[in-house]
Design a protein. Structure first.
Length: 334
């Protein structure tokens, strides 16, 4: 479960020009617009990340006019999203620890998502029939949700000076194809899907003939990619038909993720596309600010791209994270 709500220390307070009532608090790699004087540097607050969906609670009532939602997919509550206030980017919600007496004795970094009954805001990724769910994603098949860099700035130091590559984050729905000990299966981000030729999550198998190709290859593999096209995330790539672009290849027997060249060549041999490569280098030296700038841009069709993914994949350890395009987040609608 993603850590949506944690206790965090305020690193810095910066003023907002021409504002008598608001200022900006900086937490981890994020910034939030807060009431002036509500926080000082080094104070501890309760930080709700973007995409948090808060239950109805008197402590959140001030959000009702701007953030209250009631729909079939999420129920009733308050959605936290990226906003611009008085010209400043506000990425999440920061509330004083004093509002939450139940966290007395808790420490910085503690995850309180479940305690506060906060869920991830769910936007249906596809209008197409995904397929019949037959169970949870099988044990050991990796999830595909990359961590956001602003929530794990230590990754910058871990990657510093190492070889890396950066790919475009495609805006679709994650689709997994696996071949393990003679069995071929497909999964959405969290569920296993029944083998049906009209199921969206089996499209990669039938469109690219993967049953025959993976059997012939004879290697136990998990391939994860982004399914994009009509009816998926408003088809921001403006594709005329469904396509699948691989971004991770895991060797099941060794447990390692294949490095870029090996993964790219394997996919090419299977007739599969790999996600677009934006850059690769031998010595990573980016900062958060430069990566946020690099995450901006547009897809070939002219719409804002979702962002970028940075990876380093030698065995046995993999470092990877996503950096989202704030311009795209600001334009996001319910």
């Amino acid at each position: 479960m993603r850590s949506l709500v944690t206790l965090q220390r305020v690193k810095m307070i910066t003023p907002i020009p021409d504002s008598d009532f608001l200022e900006t608090a900086h937490i981890m790699g994020w910034q939030c617009v807060v009431k002036k004087g509500e926080f000082n540097e080094n104070d501890i607050g309760v930080y709700f990340e973007v995409d948090s969906f808060l239950p109805e609670d008197r402590r959140y009532e001030f959000l009702r006019s701007s953030s209250y939602r009631d729909n079939e997919d999420n129920g009733k509550g308050f959605r936290i999203r990226t906003m611009r206030m008085r010209g400043q980017l506000s990425q999440g919600l920061l509330l004083p620890l004093s509002h939450f007496p139940e966290f007395a004795g808790f420490n910085v970094g503690d995850d309180v998502t479940e305690t506060l009954q906060v869920k991830k805001w769910y936007i249906p990724e596809t209008a197409n029939p995904g397929g019949t769910i037959i169970g949870e994603r099988p044990h050991g098949i990796p999830a595909s949700d990359e961590i956001r860099l602003q929530s794990a700035l230590e990754l910058l130091e871990q990657l510093h000076g190492k070889p890396y590559y950066i790919t475009t984050k495609l805006d679709g729905t994650s689709g997994i194809v696996y071949y393990i000990d003679g069995k071929i299966g497909c999964c959405s981000r969290n569920k296993e899907i029944k083998d049906e030729d009209n199921a969206l999550y089996w499209t990669p198998v039938y469109k690219y003939g993967l049953k025959e190709k993976l059997i012939a290859l004879g290697k136990n593999l998990v391939l994860t990619g982004e399914i994009c096209g009509p009816g998926i995330q408003k088809n921001k790539l403006r594709l005329p038909a469904i396509e699948w672009s691989v971004f991770d290849v895991k060797d099941w027997d060794s447990g390692r993720y294949l490095p870029y060249d090996e993964a790219f060549n394997l996919c090419s041999g299977l007739g599969l596309s790999f996600v677009p490569l934006e850059e690769r280098g031998d010595h990573f030296a980016y900062s958060l600010e430069t990566l946020l700038e690099k995450a901006k841009g547009k897809y070939p069709g002219g719409l804002e791209k979702e962002g970028i993914v940075v990876r380093y994949t030698p065995a046995p350890k993999t470092i990877s994270f996503k950096v989202l395009n704030n311009d795209a987040l600001l334009k996001e609608k319910d």
